[in-house]
Design a protein around this ligand. Structure first.
Ligand SMILES: CCCCCCCCCC(=O)SCCNC(=O)CCNC(=O)[C@H](O)C(C)(C)COP(=O)(O)OP(=O)(O)OC[C@H]1O[C@@H](n2cnc3c(N)ncnc32)[C@H](O)[C@@H]1OP(=O)(O)O
Length: 175
């Protein structure tokens, strides 16, 4: 299976990718996620950053390949969902950690899993075009962060959705 990394620059209008990716700060024992874990050789290796100085908008980029085909020329919907999913949990980790006044690089930074994922497929998603996911943090409430997401391919919005992410439960921790 081919492994690709999302490209980290260019092609997103006026949006600026700012600072390190949250996944760069996941500890080694929490970096196995298929969507965003740096230590998963078969995964997407998604990287989610603040999109600007507001600390409410995030950006994640991914370019799908032919093995992620639905119909020739178009991307499999499960891949679209998967990219939205980890864009949402990464955004939640950025937002929850920021809201708690913690440092991403510190031991106390917060990690999140998916509680609920909603996806609306708006248009067929073209293959081999960089997909840009923008996250907007709607709410940080206790253990829960809600993030609204849009995915664009070039000028077209191809999907949108929402992730409700909850802080990583103890039973899912590896140590
Ligand atoms: C370390 C780095 C990690 C990187 C990996 C990124 C993850 C990648 C994405 C994934 O694939 S994660 C895998 C798929 N997800 C799971 O397997 C999660 C399974 N579910 C659970 O473990 C628990 O149900 C969950 C942690 C989601 C919630 O349990 P909690 O005990 O934390 O929730 P609690 O009962 O305390 O409820 C807290 C709030 O969240 C709400 N809530 C609970 N479960 C929810 C849910 N599933 N969806 C939406 N909201 C939910 C609940 O209503 C409440 O809202 P309010 O505060 O407003 O009252």
């Amino acid at each position: 299976m081919v492994t690709r990394r999302a490209e980290a620059a260019g092609g997103a209008g006026a949006t600026v990718d700012e600072g390190p990716a949250v996944q760069d700060h996941y500890p080694a024992d929490a970096a196995h996620c298929y969507g965003c874990g740096a230590r998963n050789p078969f995964g997407h290796h998604l990287k989610t950053r603040w999109a600007d100085g507001s600390r409410t908008e995030t950006i994640t980029r991914f370019t799908p390949g032919p093995e992620q085909t639905a119909m020739p020329g178009y991307v499999y919907g499960g891949l679209v969902a998967s990219v939205l999913d980890c864009s949402g949990t990464g955004s939640a980790a950025l937002a929850g950690t920021h809201a708690a006044g913690l440092d991403l690089e510190g031991d106390g930074s917060l990690r999140y899993v998916t509680g609920t994922l909603e996806v609306r497929y708006q248009r067929p998603t073209p293959m081999s075009v960089e997909l840009v996911v923008r996250g907007r943090v709607e709410e940080v409430k206790g253990r829960k962060v809600t993030v609204a997401l849009t995915m664009t391919a070039g000028e077209d919005e191809v999907a949108s959705g929402r992730v409700v992410a909850l802080q990583l439960p103890d039973e899912m921790r590896s140590s």
